[in-house]
Ligand binder design. Structure first.
Ligand code: PNS
Length: 162
């Protein structure tokens, strides 16, 4: 069985991430979406919340597991028996960072291969940071994120205003 991991911050998960995940789930027998729970990285949402929102957003994908990890992605991949690392590639602007990460990972763990998947063009401009900014300014993010994320962010921004 080919296991793939899809690591990221997912702070929060967006429709772009979901698009990539759905594509990966059609190609690989098992896909583990893995949230980086780095205590030193300032995240908007806690690791637990990010995992919970992903679980609610991917329940239709039966071969997808949701997990979190700390430390090196290549080491995490080994513990899961994963031979493939999935990343989404939206635009040329993603390329340098993604290439650097893929090559570092290739050095650290030569047995793990990075595969890039491209989301639908309408999800190209969607990023977690843009979604965060719009949500915090009470803008409508419903078309950019899965429904559980929209509901959650609406509630926290509403409570911040009260
Ligand atoms: O969603 P992001 O923030 O672009 O994801 C980046 C992530 C989590 C995949 C990357 O930072 C990562 O793999 N971090 C774990 C530490 C590690 O393995 N670093 C070396 C490769 S960059």
């Amino acid at each position: 069985m080919t296991v793939a991991i899809y690591p990221g911050s997912f702070d929060p998960i967006t429709n772009g991430h979901l698009d990539v995940l759905e594509r990966a789930s059609k190609i690989f027998e098992k896909v583990i979406i893995a949230v980086l729970g780095n205590p030193n990285k300032n995240s908007f949402l806690s690791t637990e919340t990010r995992v919970e929102l992903i679980k609610k957003s991917v329940s239709h994908l039966k071969n997808v597991e949701v997990d979190s990890f700390i430390g090196l992605t290549v080491e995490y991949a080994k513990t899961k028996g994963a031979k493939v690392l999935i990343r989404g590639l939206r635009a040329v602007s993603d390329f340098e960072y993604e290439m650097q990460m893929a090559q570092i990972n290739q050095n650290l763990g030569p047995e793990l291969d990075t595969i890039f998947l491209v989301p639908k063009v309408e999800n190209n401009f969607v990023s977690s940071s843009i979604v965060k900014e719009v949500a915090l300014l009470s803008g409508d993010i419903s078309q950019f994120v899965p429904e559980p994320v929209n509901t959650y962010l609406k509630n926290i921004t509403k409570n911040q205003k009260n």
